[in-house]
Write a protein that binds this ligand. Structure first.
Ligand code: ASP
Length: 396
């Protein structure tokens, strides 16, 4: 199979899925929608199935393969610096646009019910990263504790050297076997993406969109500015990479992100593409699993725009210092958001509370959260992909 084939087939699956979904919505073909969502669900479950062994083995080995602590600190520092810088750029773009275009001014929306999603505080976030019972956290699929455990195991392997050899070999084998499953999943991705596109399009209603269309446009404009200009510019200047041909090799991952709205579920595909694109083991195994969990430029931008939009609708003028708080909390909330659909909504409570916005305001943006999630997740994954190019170049 040629290298470009999976991407082209996935794109075809996606486009046909949208067309079929539109027809299903118009003519009420519920049987087709059910079949499509089953297909999509099976694909999504397959991806989720490999995420825990993949994050754990790739991240722990990514560190272990570095060979010494100095190299780990360089890779770690570069990666974290990249994550912070891109998150800051994303939130800045969001705040500038929402202030310039004022999508919430003049909009009247009834204050809804308090959302059922639990809100998060900063201390919860920090506490949740260290698992009191690692097995319980893994069984629940919690990603921050998983990252913590993987980092710890990697550092232990690096420090213990010979004593850790059996564990290192076991993880090596786990990673290799998981990557075989990943190749199979990428092979069936066109079908899975087709199914997801059918069920998403069939369920999508324009009615929910109308009152908050301007807000959606601001979020999409911000995501486009970040994804089409800012990130490619970073790839060009700091990664010395031609962004278009580089990103083309990651098209399967970007399309999977668009159709699953989950950075974690996309991770297997992203890792597979990075392998094909020639990103070195140590870099991709460190930057991608960590990024899928903590580096979310799209989510950070989205949270900042959402908070300012709700404030505008409620006629609460956020001062400059309050916007600075939004800037900081949106960045933290994006780190805390898990790489799953609508996770950003949960951590948004943290941003709202920090500037005294009522949590009920989240109800304004609920109707189109899932739609916008597709695009912010794609930007989240793109941020990790460009991160590989930048970190690889700078580490040389
Ligand atoms: N769905 C996003 C992701 O997986 C997180 C979010 O913003 O809800 O990257």
């Amino acid at each position: 199979m040629g290298r470009k084939e999976p991407a082209v087939l996935i794109l075809i699956g996606f486009v046909i899925g949208i067309l079929v979904g539109t027809m299903c919505q118009r003519w009420g073909w519920t049987g087709v929608v059910d079949a499509g969502s089953l297909l999509g669900d099976l694909f999504l479950r397959g991806l989720r199935m490999v995420v825990i062994p993949l994050i754990f083995s790739s991240l722990a080995l990514g560190i272990a393969h570095l060979g010494d602590v100095t190299r780990l600190s360089r890779l770690g520092a570069l990666t974290v610096l990249y994550y912070i810088a891109t998150n800051f750029i994303a939130v800045t773009i969001g705040l500038v646009l929402v202030n310039l275009l004022q999508p919430g001014v003049g909009v009247t929306l009834p204050l809804g019910e308090k959302p059922q999603t639990p809100s998060l505080t900063l201390t919860d976030l920090v506490r949740s990263a260290i698992p009191a019972n690692p097995f319980e956290s893994l069984a629940k699929g919690e990603t921050l504790p998983l990252i913590f455990l993987a980092l710890l195991t990697g550092i232990l392997l690096l420090v213990a050297q010979k004593e850790g050899e059996p564990v290192r070999r076991l993880l090596d084998s786990v990673l290799k076997l998981t990557m075989i499953v990943v190749r199979w999943l990428i092979a069936i991705a066109p079908l899975g993406v087709f199914g997801l596109a059918v069920s998403l399009t069939a369920k999508f209603g324009l009615d929910a969109f109308k009152p908050i269309a301007k807000y959606a446009v601001v979020v999409l404009l911000g995501l486009a500015a970040h994804g089409v200009f800012a990130l490619p510019l970073l790839a060009w200047t700091f990664g010395r990479t031609s962004p278009l041909s580089y990103l083309r090799r990651f098209a399967p991952a970007l399309l999977t992100a668009l159709s699953t709205s989950s950075s974690s579920a996309t991770l297997p595909v992203t890792l597979g593409c990075a392998h094909q694109a020639g990103i070195r083991d140590e870099v991709r195994n460190f930057v991608l699993p960590l990024g899928a969990t903590v580096n979310m430029d799209g989510t950070a931008l989205y949270e900042a725009v959402a908070a300012c939009f709700v404030a505008q609708v409620l006629g609460m003028n956020l001062s400059l210092s309050q916007q600075l708080i939004v800037f900081i909390t949106a960045n933290l909330a994006a780190i805390g958001a898990a790489g799953i659909p609508s996770a950003g909504l949960v951590t948004m409570g943290f941003v709202f509370q920090s500037v005294g916005l009522p949590l009920e305001g989240i109800a304004f943006i609920l109707p189109i959260d899932r739609f916008l999630d597709m695009f912010r997740t794609t930007v989240n994954v793109e941020g990790d992909i460009i991160g590989c190019a930048v970190v690889q170049k700078r580490l040389q």
